[in-house]
Design a protein around this ligand. Sequence first.
Ligand code: ACO
Length: 378
Amino acid sequence: MTVCEYRAGLEGIPATQSSISFVDGQRGILEYRGIPIEELAQKSNFVETSHLLIWGKLPTKEELENFEQEIRLHRRLKYRIRDMMKCFPEGGHPMDALQACAAALGLFYSRRALDDPAYINAAVIRLLAKIPTMVAAFQLMRKGNDPVQPRDDLGYSANFLYMLNEKEPDPFAAQILDVCLMLHAEHTINASTFSAMVTASTLTDPYAVVASAVGTLAGPLHGGANEEVISMLEEIGSVENVRPYVEQCIEKKSKIMGFGHRVYKVKDPRAIILQDLAEQLFEKYGVDQFYDVAVELERVVHEKMGHKGIYANVDYYSGLVYRKLGIPTDLFTPVFAVSRIAGWLAHWKEQLNENRIFRPTQIYTGTHAAPYIPMSER
Ligand code: ACO
């Protein structure tokens, strides 16, 4: 075995072999099962893309109808899960609520029949179907309202917006959200997916796998960045403040949210599509007050940091899109989870196919044979 040098954050070290997605960070390419993201964003929808990711191929018409129908049938939450949610503090972060709810599913479906295709299928359907309902239910419950029941006649994204806002959405808004969900559905071995794979490798249940991934996605260096982007744009406030803000960040060596990526050294292809979606929304519903600030910030960051390969990432424009869709800021990351569930499930299945428990090594930097110092001498 070749012993590799230690690389912080495992940068550049392959953690698995996978055929789910591909990223070329120099050329700005992202493909799901070989299909470019731009093509999927134009021609597919989130449910079909989830099928592609999880089952490895585009579904036939009949397969897609069955898949959609099964998801529609499993959208409801057990009343005990809703009762559990009633006890959550309304000031708690929705990602924490989602993590608790995902883990709680394991209490109800505790069998770990990981060699039974029917069990795998049921878990895939249940998680894809129920995660959006959990996010929407927490949103209404923290406002003191009863959650609304999912509507079987609405598509995936339309139903999600309906459950969040208690009114049927404009089909255009639902379609834009659907594209956002496709764009966020999968992205090779990022932190949350790696977390899902490590958990999956112990052969625990899929609800524990998803709960660990949700917890990982919540951090501000990962999925949580889209929330931080909005706070940052609000803090900057106006176009004139952009340049001093960037200069200050450079001086203090602080991160500018929504920029930089471990893999992409050009503008993230998803950010390009999201910026276009944001502009389509602004044309129809009016421009966001911070869009000018965002565009100027991207220009100045490019000028000052482009040489280091720091460009807008997926989180930069997604917040502006979600805001226009009426989604509250602290739900941006849960919406990311609603989408990324497809990628996590695809990696869970792939991990099970050729499983070996993750057990990396370490480079010990501590002391040896140290004396035990009695309490009185410390
Ligand atoms: N603002 C300013 N400088 C940055 C930024 C940024 N957003 N991102 C990277 N840099 C600089 C670093 O300061 C460092 O500079 P140095 O070499 O002079 O010290 C260099 O670029 C490399 O940065 P690292 O943090 O080492 O890169 P890493 O690959 O570890 O981190 C990460 C990638 C976490 C995404 C980072 O770019 C970052 O923190 N960005 C802001 C948060 C963000 O937008 N996260 C969302 C990522 S997309 C996603 O998870 C869905």
